[in-house]
Design a protein around this ligand. Structure first.
Ligand code: PLP
Length: 347
């Protein structure tokens, strides 16, 4: 096994990283014509790409994305976390939007080569991570509503810090009855770009009123909580951990799945995936949200149209423990009993 020399790191103020774009050396780019297989792609300098004004993605939102991270670990190497899950979800999202899916092995190879070529942008241990953003866009021109004639697959990366300002401070969320994130049988379970455009306005209104994010209810009858704009929701009550079941309008998060397994296997908690009412959330002992970007972020206060509920000022003990275990596995500080960690510095 050969180890790639880790060059000197970029001259970046690693202590000041936020969740924002820092351009890096290169990105991966591949193209595909509708009905043909994907061409072998290449690393190209990070930068703008020319697209037709009639591109499917620009006119009809034909685009999907993924989000995963590379971490520098205590073993002084760089690892990915469960990238095979992102590869599989990317295929499913693409299929839902009539986008030719990128084969899973091509996805993994392109992510690994992009990270390897930008290794000096991976933050030092515990200073953040390298966020990896694979996207596919319908870039061929279309006028009528139909799938674009050609597609572009890009993987770009950026060193990032915490998604929510303040990192581990408790969030204040608003339960919205004015907007739905996803409809039953819609695109809520795909990482389709349009889902996020639609979430910007509810998020803007919530932020203007001092909330950090929005909790969405199910569109059919507004009886159940679904998720936060870009993260899955969990509640803990009397040592039982609950999260909304995946009914088609919830994004199946890799972090969600990891937290369920850690809670069951390593913390011996009862974990249930089921319908959860707003009242149950308000009465919970601990509430948190999960995502690649959000990691595990505690929720301290929740406001509905009728009431304001304080869950807790401090991070709950189970939330903290789950976060310590998850981030410990990702940084190879703890044993990885699942084989989730995927080294990119050895081959
Ligand atoms: C990406 C995403 C999540 C989190 O998924 P992870 O795989 O854990 O990053 C949750 N909800 C929505 C709407 C998302 O887009």
């Amino acid at each position: 096994m050969k180890t790639v020399e880790i060059e000197a790191l970029q001259d970046i103020n690693w202590d000041k990283l936020t969740f924002s774009l820092t351009p890096t050396r290169s990105m991966y780019l591949a193209r595909c014509a509708l009905g043909k297989p994907w061409e072998t792609g290449d690393l190209v300098p990070f930068g703008d790409i020319p697209v037709s004004p009639a591109a499917g993605v620009l006119n009809y939102g034909q685009g999907v994305f993924e989000g995963t991270k590379a971490f520098r670990t205590v073993k002084d190497r760089v690892v990915l976390f469960r990238p095979d899950r992102n590869a599989r979800r990317f295929v499913k999202s693409a299929e839902r939007l009539c986008i030719p899916p990128v084969p899973e092995d091509m996805f993994l190879d392109s992510v690994v080569s992009t990270v390897r070529d930008n290794m000096d942008f991976v933050p030092p241990l515990d200073k953040g991570s390298l966020y990896i953003r694979p996207c596919i866009w319908g870039t061929g021109p279309v006028l009528g509503v139909k799938p674009a004639s050609s597609y572009t697959f890009v993987v770009y990366v950026s060193p990032v810090g915490p998604y929510f300002r303040g990192g581990m401070t408790c969030l204040h969320l608003k339960v919205t009855r004015f907007f739905h994130r996803a409809a039953p049988k819609g695109t809520g379970n795909a990482k389709a770009i349009g889902n996020y455009a639609a979430s910007l306005f509810p998020l803007k209104l919530a932020k203007e009123k001092g909330f950090d994010e929005v909790i969405y209810l199910n569109a059919a009858n507004e009886k159940w909580v679904e998720e936060v704009g870009s993260a899955n929701l969990f509640i803990l009550k009397d040592d039982v951990l609950k999260t909304p079941r995946l009914g088609g309008s919830i994004l199946p998060g890799v972090t969600r799945d990891s937290v369920i397994q850690i809670a069951r296997d390593l913390l011996s908690l009862d974990v249930h995936e089921l319908d959860i009412t707003v009242d149950e959330v308000l009465q919970a002992d601990e509430v948190f949200c999960t995502g690649t970007a959000a990691v595990i972020t505690p929720i301290g206060q929740i406001t509905t149209d009728q009431e304001h509920q304080v869950i807790g000022e401090d991070v709950g003990p189970v939330t903290r423990e789950l976060r310590d275990i998850l981030t410990g596995i990702q940084r190879e500080k703890r044993e990885d009993p699942y084989g989730w960690v995927y080294p990119v510095t050895e081959f």
